[in-house]
Write a protein that binds this ligand. Structure first.
Ligand code: IMP
Length: 453
């Protein structure tokens, strides 16, 4: 029937989990294609709040097969804790499959992540400290341990680790003056985890390929977001994987020709965690207000997120590099009560107007002054319980239309609160299930750069 990719448009934490859960209710296969436990997806169903770091949010649909694909890096301990917690809550994980090609985050990755950050001092990235970067480094260096190795049994795993551990211990002892890790101690920790995970390990590329061939409804669940992409993001303040829509192909073995729709989840404002320039950041009480109203504290690390007005320049960039065919606008309720709301439509640097997001050379962002359009706000507590898009205050509707105008693609869903029922479908947009049969646009939309500026 069709394949839909959901990605974040800015620096993550756009509430992708909520939209994936919504669309995932009608999916037959849900696939997470990259990243690891650095992600934190929150889904609220009834009186239960589910927080996922590794398991795809689609697990809440008992009819869906959930794949953790090749592009992911997996911490076995965190994954098993998540599986146990889901089972304790009565959520079945029988449909969960983990790619044999996914890489395993090991204790030395976590130690190195923290040590490397400390050594960088003022140049630290502000990583989540979950070992994600060092694990991807080993993958690229061909020193990685994959789920395949974990599933092969202790003898095989010992051999693999015997070959890799000296490199890691060299780094720990010689670079950082830390203690070396002992092979047998490591194996004693890993053996019971490997035993429990073995039944989940599979060739997910084959499962996904069959699903494509059978025309199933497939949902690709992005983690992190466009500006954190290792290639397309604000390097070096990025993660180590490919959160952009192209990553859905690289990370799963599904070809680009199989993808029909790409939805970008965009917050009504913009947030960022960790270091790096953030042109629309609000360092005043307005930013504080957004942070408190939006509960902008990390699901994974608890860190306070930096908050600012919506960066439309970055949004247009996200439309272009992901080939977005629609957006899901989140957290609209958080902006209630502001007299006026600002949206950044360009950057001024040294008297020159920048139209395009300078992803390649992010130093260009330093000293950029955002150029804002100003829109009227809507009253406090006016929207959380609205049942139809048309019943939103006209100013809130106009704000969504402004986001559409900047993006050059339609808003498919608008979120006015964390619950499933706090989601509106603008007139003319299809119901979630129908997204899978929309097909592919003949011509990809172009973001409205020249029209806005
Ligand atoms: P790492 O992915 O832990 O290596 O962190 C690299 C950068 O990406 C840091 O600035 C993190 O705060 C950021 N990051 C990683 N994952 C997420 C996420 O899921 N949401 C928001 N930021 C993230």
């Amino acid at each position: 029937m069709g394949a839909v990719v959901v990605v974040g448009t800015h620096w993550g934490d756009e509430a992708k989990g909520k939209f994936v859960d919504l669309i995932g209710q009608d999916a037959e296969v849900v696939i997470r294609y990259g990243g690891g436990p650095n992600a934190g997806h929150t889904v609220i169903v009834g009186d239960q709040t589910h927080k996922f770091h590794l398991v795809p949010s689609g697990i809440l649909n008992p009819r869906a097969v959930c794949l953790m694909a090749d592009g992911m890096v997996i911490d076995p301990e965190i994954l098993l804790r998540e599986i146990d917690e889901l089972n304790r809550r009565g959520v079945s994980t029988d449909g969960l499959k983990i790619s044999h090609n996914a890489h395993v985050i090991l204790p030395y990755h976590k130690r190195l992540d923290v040590l490397e950050e400390k050594a960088k001092g003022a140049r630290a990235i502000g990583t989540t400290g979950r070992g994600v970067g060092p694990c991807y480094v080993d993958k690229a260096a061909r020193l990685g341990i994959r789920m395949f190795d974990l599933a092969q049994g202790i003898t095989h795993l010992r051999e693999r680790l015997r070959a890799v551990l000296p490199y890691k211990n060299d780094a720990l002892t010689k670079l950082y003056g830390e203690e070396a890790m002992d092979l047998e101690t490591l194996l004693a920790v890993l053996a019971p985890l490997a035993e429990r995970l073995r039944p989940f390990v599979a060739d997910t590329t084959a499962i996904a390929g069959d699903a494509v061939a059978e025309g199933k409804r497939i949902l690709f669940e992005g983690a992190q977001a466009t500006l954190l992409d290792i290639d397309g993001g604000t390097y070096p303040y990025v993660t180590s994987s490919h959160p952009v829509s192209g990553g859905a192909c690289i990370g799963t073995g599904v070809p680009p020709t199989a993808i029909d729709q790409v939805l970008g989840v965009v917050k009504a404002y913009t947030t960022r965690v960790g270091a790096g320039t953030f042109p629309t950041e609000l360092l005043d009480e307005q930013g504080e207000r957004i942070r408190e109203r939006g509960h902008e504290y990390g699901t994974t690390t608890g860190r306070a997120r930096r908050c600012g007005w919506l960066d439309g320049v970055a949004l247009r960039y996200a439309v272009r590099v992901n080939g977005l065919t629609g957006v899901c606008v989140g957290h609209l309720d958080v902006l209630a009560g502001f007299d006026t709301i600002r949206v950044c439509v360009g950057y001024l640097k040294g008297g020159k107007l920048l139209r395009d997001f300078p992803a390649g050379d992010v130093s260009l962002l330093d000293g950029c002054e955002p150029v804002f359009d100003e829109l009227p706000g809507w009253p406090e507590e006016s929207i959380e319980n609205v049942a139809r898009f048309e019943d939103l205050p006209v100013t809130a509707q106009a704000y969504v239309r402004k986001v559409e105008e900047i993006a050059g693609v339609p808003a498919r869903f608008v979120s006015i609160g964390p619950r499933r029922d706090q989601t509106l479908v603008p007139p003319g947009s299809p119901a979630p299930r129908a997204l899978f049969s929309l097909g592919r646009p003949v011509v990809l939309p172009t973001p409205a750069a020249s029209r806005v500026l």
